[in-house]
Design a protein around this ligand. Structure first.
Ligand code: SF4
Length: 157
């Protein structure tokens, strides 16, 4: 199994605030299994720190379909950066995985890029709705299993 991991979960300071979401189980996973760290927002060209962003008018699938946007809290349209980051991150995972066809992504819950199953609703009020972030939606569409750090159970062998 090859793992694609949200870099902020592994302790990289790429979170919008400039900090990280270090998770010890994820750090252990990175130390013991083949993996690649991804940060779609950084890869898409956004700086850290940056204003938080949310999907407006839909979910990550809708953004991929051109039917919803990603806006930051200061009113800037970040859709292009999120799309670019998702596509480049997918390419990064495929390249790093090489011949390994079993890929599992463990991505940060509720992020407009990495969130899986639940995201914020675009009102910057903390309200959550069912849906995926842009990168998580793309990965799922491409057949990659996506888990949040909350769903992840460390492998035993
Ligand atoms: Fe980067 Fe995803 Fe973490 Fe956001 S949630 S900082 S896009 S890795």
């Amino acid at each position: 199994m090859f793992y694609a991991i949200s870099a902020c979960l592994a302790g990289e300071n790429c979170k919008y605030s400039g900090g990280n979401n270090r998770n010890e189980a994820i750090v252990s996973l990175c130390e013991s299994r083949p993996c690649v760290l991804i940060c779609p927002e950084r890869t898409g060209g956004l700086k850290t720190p940056r204003a938080p962003a949310e999907i407006i008018g839909g979910t990550g699938e809708d953004v991929l379909a051109g039917q919803a946007k990603v806006m930051d809290s200061e009113g800037r349209d970040r859709t292009e950066a999120f799309m670019k980051g998702a596509l480049l991150s997918l390419a990064q995972v495929w390249e790093a995985a090489g011949d390994e066809t079993e890929i599992c992504a463990v991505l940060k819950a509720k992020s407009p890029s990495c969130g899986s199953g639940l995201i914020y609703d675009g009102t910057f009020s903390g309200t959550k709705i069912p849906g995926n972030g842009v990168t998580a939606a793309l990965f799922k569409r491409e057949g990659i299993r996506v888990l949040t750090e909350e769903e992840f159970v460390p492998p035993v062998d």
